[in-house]
Write a protein that binds this ligand. Structure first.
Ligand code: AMP
Length: 222
């Protein structure tokens, strides 16, 4: 299976969609946001630097990301392909990633972009809740994604928490960073003939079906 790379603005559903593909295709799901959130709890200078950047909504320094990512994609479970969610975030990272792939003799695979208008994202971001135990994602502002009880996971009864950066101020900053730094990647990947732009509006299942069409070779690249 080829690698799958998701590019999307904050709260577009790339984590949720990656998890569905992970189950269906048995590929590991690598989220650079999750790698950073794990690293941020460390009681060190690096941990406190990452904590500060994450809560501001800015991008973490490229060299830190490269170290975390390279370590992860060279692990044994990634050798048959993986799903990358949240990387690259700018053209420099994309160029560095091309170098890494060459060195590791891996293929780029599919680059899938989820497109959603900003006003819908802003509504989603404030409603997002994540189970601290199993990582299941819910949304209080989206009828089809609400948990049965506001603060309890339907699957494992774990506590539902809100991410520190899921507030409207941090969202505005993250969205601006996406438009300025990440969106130019669409041209970068379009030129390589690997780009698939998907409508990210609708239910989780509707978007999932659009992604499956790409993976089954039923969609044309941009
Ligand atoms: P995400 O979980 O993808 O929404 O990412 C959460 C936050 O982690 C972002 O707002 C950035 O601060 C940081 N982050 C995640 N991926 C990257 C990356 N590839 N480069 C720099 N910062 C990142």
């Amino acid at each position: 299976m080829k690698n799958i790379l998701f590019i999307a603005p904050p709260a577009a559903g790339k984590g949720t969609q990656s998890s569905l593909i992970e189950k269906e295709y048995h590929l590991p799901h690598i989220s650079t946001g999750d790698l950073l959130r794990n690293a941020s709890v460390e009681d060190s200078e690096l941990g406190s630097y990452i904590r500060e950047i994450l809560s501001s909504g800015a991008l973490v320094r490229d060299d830190i990301i490269y170290d975390l990512l390279k370590k992860r994609i060279t692990e044994a479970d990634c050798q048959q392909g993986y799903i990358l969610d949240g990387f690259p975030r700018n053209v420099e990272q994309a160029e560095k990633y091309d170098e890494m792939l060459q060195e590791l003799k891996q293929q780029l695979g599919y680059v899938i972009v989820l497109e959603i208008p900003e006003n819908i994202l802003a509504k989603r971001v404030t409603g997002r809740r994540i189970c601290e135990n199993c990582g299941a994602v819910y949304n209080l502002n989206t009828e089809t994604e609400q948990p049965q009880q506001e603060s309890t996971c339907d699957r494992c009864q774990g506590r539902l928490l809100q991410r520190n950066d899921d507030n409207i101020e941090s969202f505005r900053h993250r969205y601006q960073v996406y438009m300025e730094k990440t969106k130019p990647l669409l041209d970068y990947y379009r030129q390589k003939g690997v780009l698939y732009v998907i409508n990210g509006e609708g239910t989780v299942e509707e978007v999932h079906q659009r992604i499956l069409a790409v993976l089954k070779g039923e969609a044309k690249h941009d």
